[in-house]
Design a protein around this ligand. Structure first.
Ligand SMILES: [Zn+2]
Length: 362
């Protein structure tokens, strides 16, 4: 009797849990939850996700900490309004991995070599020319269909991390990758850290000084994870580039001033997941505090530490694409425009820059 009573009391709870389980629920089944009923459908394309990172398979610094939860992470992203993503390629091998994952998931990716990985060019069998040729071939054979390469990069300069590659090495291989953008008429996916003067000098010298390099066959591009000054942002927009922001771009009061200075017709949104989480110590905190409970639940669902991993819940400290909504929220606050206006503008900027067809991102 006692046991039976317990069972009858527990049954509805189990049934409800199953019903709401993120891996099993589908939008039309969700119509009875207040969260879904109230949640306006803001839509996003996260333009910078490092989905090839092993943390999405449960491995941190070579150590397996929990089960692969890529699917449940993607389900949370879907619920948060993500329509597509651009997976970042950060080296020859990682660009190959990004491409195969993008093909598998129906997303998009970039092909290129990050400045901190640029020593790989000279270490490559056959030398730097052979490495560039391998990137070139990878682009050439992946220009069509879902999962295709939509940008050259991640490339650029990172003077905060010279221990991986000197300024000279970074500059040489940044310059050589610009040739691929001109050759294939693809936008650039750019990274610039503490190197603005050299960064814009090289871009200008290679024909990207105005209109994003249109006259030279270029298609502009985006400087992602932007953390520079208002003057720098103005110069890059003048040259015809888009600026993309994430949690790292909203850390300090100065960052917020810069984010405010990005014109909405030039802004793109990203998370740089699993990096660049927005945390309590950041200047963005005051703006995030104004998120409605409904949106907070969608963009920042309650997380658990890796050691207490529960399938269906995010892992603390590991940023995920669903948080792109939080980035959008802070920007709409700073720009003092409606959230929908901001998200739709960023969405259109993204499809314009990367030449994504609307039926590919719905
Ligand atoms: Zn970067």
């Amino acid at each position: 009797m006692h046991v039976n009573q317990k069972l009858t009391r527990r049954l509805p709870i189990i049934a409800r849990y199953n019903y709401y389980h993120p891996l099993r629920s589908r939008p039309r089944q969700m119509t009875t939850t207040s969260a879904t009923l109230e949640a306006p459908s803001y839509r996003f394309i996260d333009i910078a996700v490092n989905l090839t990172d092993p943390v999405f398979r449960g491995t941190y610094h070579g150590k397996k900490k929990h089960d692969d939860d890529m699917d449940s992470m993607l389900e949370r992203a879907r619920k948060a309004g993500l329509k597509s993503m651009i997976i970042t390629g950060t080296s020859l091998q990682e660009s190959r991995d990004a491409l195969s994952l993008a093909r598998e998931l129906g997303f998009f990716c970039t092909v290129g070599c990050h400045p901190t990985r640029s020593a790989e060019f000279d270490q490559f069998k056959g030398g730097a020319d052979a490495y560039l040729l391998a990137l070139d071939k990878l682009v050439a054979s992946n220009l069509n269909g879902k999962g295709r390469a939509v940008a050259i990069g991640e490339c650029g300069l990172d003077y905060d991390r010279l221990r991986f590659a000197t300024q000279e090495v970074q500059q040489r291989h940044f310059r050589s990758q610009l040739s691929l953008a001109k050759k294939y008429h693809l936008p650039l996916f750019l990274h610039s850290r503490a190197a603005h003067a050299d960064f814009v000098r090289i871009l200008r010298e290679e024909g990207f000084g105005e209109d994003g390099g249109k006259a030279m066959g270029g298609k502009g591009g985006v400087v992602h994870s932007f953390t520079g000054s208002t003057e720098e942002v103005a110069e890059l927009m003048d040259m015809g580039f888009y600026i993309s922001v994430n949690g790292c771009s909203l850390k300090t009061e100065e960052n917020l001033q810069t984010a405010k200075a990005i014109r909405s017709d030039r802004i793109l949104l990203e998370t740089d997941a699993p990096w660049c989480s927005m945390t309590g110590g950041h200047a963005s905190k005051h703006h995030l505090a104004l998120l409605s409970p409904t949106l907070k639940e969608l963009y920042f669902p309650p997380s658990t530490k890796p050691e207490n991993f529960t399938l269906g819940k995010p892992v603390k400290g590991r940023n995920e694409p669903s948080a792109v909504g939080g980035v959008a929220w802070v920007i709409h606050q700073l720009h003092d425009i409606a959230l929908e206006t901001l998200t739709e503008t960023a969405f259109k900027n993204t499809t314009d820059l990367f030449a994504l067809e609307i039926d590919e991102v719905l």
